[in-house]
Design a protein around this ligand. Structure first.
Ligand SMILES: Cc1ncc(COP(=O)(O)O)c(C=O)c1O
Length: 379
């Protein structure tokens, strides 16, 4: 079946008890056993529940994985993937990665003996040079948040597979509608489902989609042992959001391109990072490995003061953390999403004081451009 059909139907069969076309929310912690030792497939909601199973089946299908597991945030999902490693193992991570991943590694997992290097994964020879005998995992965010640098997934997968290194891709910015890392050779995909998969800014969640049975067994063990699996109501919300993923992404792609072109033509904007623009150094790669350019854009206004003026004068765009919702969100990565990175590191990876990030929603694009235009006039 096609992507949109799978997004609407996989895991969403009519309820066998009543025929309800939408799955009920199984808001229960435990399940009564038919007789001692005999269940109907569920015993306790930390371990599994029907809304979680339904969402996991759908995600596995959309990403082309063998299985999926959902967690109570994107960070819980990413933390679980890092726990596939052991003390002494070495990990290579994209340099301008989401600030929460930087914090998790530098302030927590490093204390447990995990070694890691932040590398520009957009530069394949640099990734190759960073590989050590004890490297077990490469973690690539593509595009990177917020600098919009791409990793050539197929090329890095080739390097990784030749050395039995696991390649993990954070596919949050594009969703499986626009990019399918497993088909390009990655072993594991992670998502903040808080973003495009849910799409309506009303739930927090994360997902891990896997291609190998041994990883699935281990991630399921971690999910039920550490207890970070997603609850019924949030699974139900994300399942509902996913049904419109295909149409939402088409509109995000169209609006993203129009807003990027507008920003690139504006005299007050120094630089725009958007892989859909011919000026992006990896535009060809985006054409090759993505179906659509998405709606995440960052742009430089040259100074913190200029960024502040813009952010304080938008009216249709909302000044807020997060991304991927139907409504346009605008933020200052340096002082918001990436505040946990030291200022020198931010500067080194291109998260400048004047950098603004916009998650273009699916409102009428003329209204978004008019809003940005009037706010830029105040800069
Ligand atoms: C690319 C990316 N990955 C992971 C996360 C973490 O997800 P969550 O906020 O759902 O924990 C975020 C959050 O902004 C993100 O932007």
């Amino acid at each position: 079946m096609g992507f949109a059909t799978d997004a609407i139907h996989v895991g969403q069969e009519p309820d066998p008890a009543t025929g309800a076309i939408v799955a009920p929310i199984y808001q229960t912690s435990t399940y009564v056993q038919e007789e001692f030792g005999k269940t109907k497939g569920y015993d306790y909601a930390r371990t599994a529940h029907p809304n979680r199973r339904a969402l996991e089946r759908c995600l596995a299908k959309l990403e082309g994985g063998a299985g999926a597991f959902v967690f109570n945030s994107g960070m819980a999902a990413i933390d679980t993937v890092f726990r596939l490693l052991r003390p002494g193992d070495h990990l290579i991570v994209s340099r301008a990665v989401y600030g929460g991943v930087y914090r998790l590694l530098t302030q927590l997992l490093g204390q447990f003996g995990l070694a890691f290097d932040f590398v520009d994964t957009g530069d394949v020879p640099a990734v190759k040079a960073a590989i050590r005998p004890e490297t077990r995992m490469i973690y690539a965010e593509t595009p990177t948040n917020p600098t919009m640098i791409l990793t050539d997934i197929a090329a890095v997968a080739k390097l990784a597979r030749a050395r039995e290194i696991t390649l993990v891709v954070d596919n949050t910015f594009l969703s499986p509608y626009c990019q399918q890392p497993l088909a390009l050779g990655a072993h594991i995909v992670v998502h903040s489902m808080t973003k495009y998969l849910n799409g309506h800014s009303d739930a927090v969640g994360g997902a891990v989609i896997l291609s190998r049975q041994e990883d699935m067994d281990r991630v399921y063990f971690l999910q039920r042992s550490a207890g970070a699996g997603l609850g019924p109501m949030d699974c139900w919300l994300v399942s509902r959001g996913i049904k419109t993923l295909a149409v939402r992404m088409e509109q995000h792609n169209a609006n993203g391109m129009d807003v990027a072109r507008f920003l690139a033509s504006h005299p007050k904007v120094k630089h725009v990072n958007y892989p859909g623009l011919e000026s992006h150094p990896q535009h060809e790669l985006a054409l090759r490995q993505q179906r659509g350019f998405g709606a995440m854009i960052s742009f430089d206004l040259g100074s913190l003061e200029a960024a502040r003026k813009l952010l304080n004068h938008v009216r249709v765009c909302s000044l807020a953390e997060s991304l991927g919702g139907v409504e346009t969100l605008i933020s200052h990565p340096g002082q918001m999403t990436h505040a946990s990175m030291p200022a020198e590191f931010r500067e080194k990876v291109g998260i400048t004081e004047g950098l603004v990030r916009i998650s273009v929603g699916i409102e009428d694009v003329a209204d978004l451009i008019a809003d940005l235009d009037q706010a830029l006039a105040r800069v």
